[in-house]
Design a protein around this ligand. Structure first.
Ligand code: MG
Length: 380
């Protein structure tokens, strides 16, 4: 029986994680659930999964919650509560489903305890990849990716030698604007950008998918997860989202992992690895799908993807700046303060202004993130 800590239990990954855990009551138990503000859904989850601890990040949302929780369930609040829970509660697997940079600090606590990290929070590796890798080695923690592309690559690499890899081929759906001209980006609305063709996800990642920054962040994530240089990582557009990613080996052979676009499968794999458990999820009918197509990504149109490749070459704190600038730019777009086409422009301006530090430690990264956010908030 494994105890699972679910960081971010009411978002789409968190809810799907609990859907998976529900299927295997003899194998998994929930030890902690954390949410930002959605205490209504949290209470339902507490009643069903009976965790020993819950954390509500937003302190106002936590008011009056204590009276509604079972006596045996501890309530912690705020970012400090997340750190306390991650460093003190008993668990075997830390499922990092929280979106954005805020997931970094609690994830580092789980790494310091040498836990299995089922990682969906890509920002952890984007912002602090080098530090995260060195902490994992030092404390004996293992990261099993939950992001569908990285799970696919992870599965393709089972039984293989990483030295035999010629390149990783990360697939991208292309998002809702794959077929639009660049001129469309000046008047693309929030509603249009949120209308993703294949995946049901939260707002932040759906906008990242429309700008293709999501793919850029995934390239950076892959670089740290698999320890391969940028020139061994390719992106290919695959609108059907059936091939979740591929690995090409030095003899020219390509392995692909396929399935329906459903996060339950990579989540389950990260929980059960190295085993595979039988489930009743819908199966892929390739004959019904008929066609799988692939295209070269247009880096001139999707400037965010190009910027992500650039910051990987720059290294140091540049990926941290890219991520922080993107988080604020996306927030501004969702609040209808800036145009869709302004997102990459803001990020580019910021990268040119914020100084770079090579081989940063965690404190340097925290400071760089803060400086970047303050800078971008003032831009239009
Ligand atoms: Mg992904």
């Amino acid at each position: 029986m494994k105890n699972v800590f679910v960081l971010g239990s009411t978002g789409s990954i968190g809810v799907n994680t609990l859907n998976v855990i529900r299927n295997f009551p003899d194998h998994f138990k929930v030890s902690a659930l954390t949410v930002n503000t959605n205490t209504t859904l949290l209470l339902e989850q507490v009643n069903e999964f009976k965790p020993g601890c819950v954390v509500v990040k937003n302190k106002e949302a936590a008011i009056n919650l204590e009276n509604q929780l079972p006596a045996k369930c501890i309530l912690l609040v705020g970012s400090e509560g997340l750190i306390t829970a991650a460093s003190e509660i008993d668990y075997d697997i830390f499922l990092g489903a929280m979106v954005g940079y805020a997931g970094l600090a609690p994830t580092m606590e789980a790494i310091k305890r040498g836990k299995r990290i089922a990682l969906a929070n890509k920002e952890t590796l984007v912002v602090a990849g080098e530090v995260v890798k060195s902490y994992c080695e030092k404390y004996g923690a293992e990261i099993i990716p939950v992001d569908s592309e990285h799970s696919a690559i992870y599965q393709c690499l089972v039984g293989e030698n990483i030295g035999d890899v010629e390149k990783l081929i990360i697939t991208a759906s292309g998002g809702p604007f794959f077929n639009k001209d660049k001129s469309f980006f000046d008047h693309a609305t929030v509603e249009e950008a949120l209308d993703h063709p294949n995946w049901e996800m939260g707002n932040k990642i759906t906008i990242d998918s429309a700008t293709m920054m999501n793919k850029g962040l995934e390239v950076i994530e892959a670089r740290w997860l698999f320890g391969l240089p940028t020139n061994k990582i390719d992106v290919v557009i695959h609108p059907q989202s059936i091939v979740h990613s591929m690995v090409q080996f030095r003899d020219g052979s390509i392995k692909a992992q396929m399935g329906l676009p459903d996060m339950k499968l990579p989540i389950q794999y990260a929980l059960t690895y190295p085993e595979r458990f039988e489930n009743k999820f819908e199966r892929t009918n390739l004959a019904a799908i008929g066609t799988l197509s692939f295209y070269e990504p247009d880096l001139e149109k999707f400037e965010c993807l190009k910027l992500a490749f650039d910051v990987l070459d720059t290294g140091g704190t540049a990926p941290c700046v890219l991520n922080a600038a993107n988080e604020i730019a996306v927030e501004k777009f969702l609040n209808k303060e800036i145009k869709f086409s302004t997102i990459p422009a803001l990020i580019e301006k910021t990268l040119a202004k914020i100084g770079n530090h090579q081989s940063p430690d965690l404190d340097t990264i925290f400071a760089c993130d803060l400086e970047t956010r303050e800078f971008v908030r003032k831009l239009n």
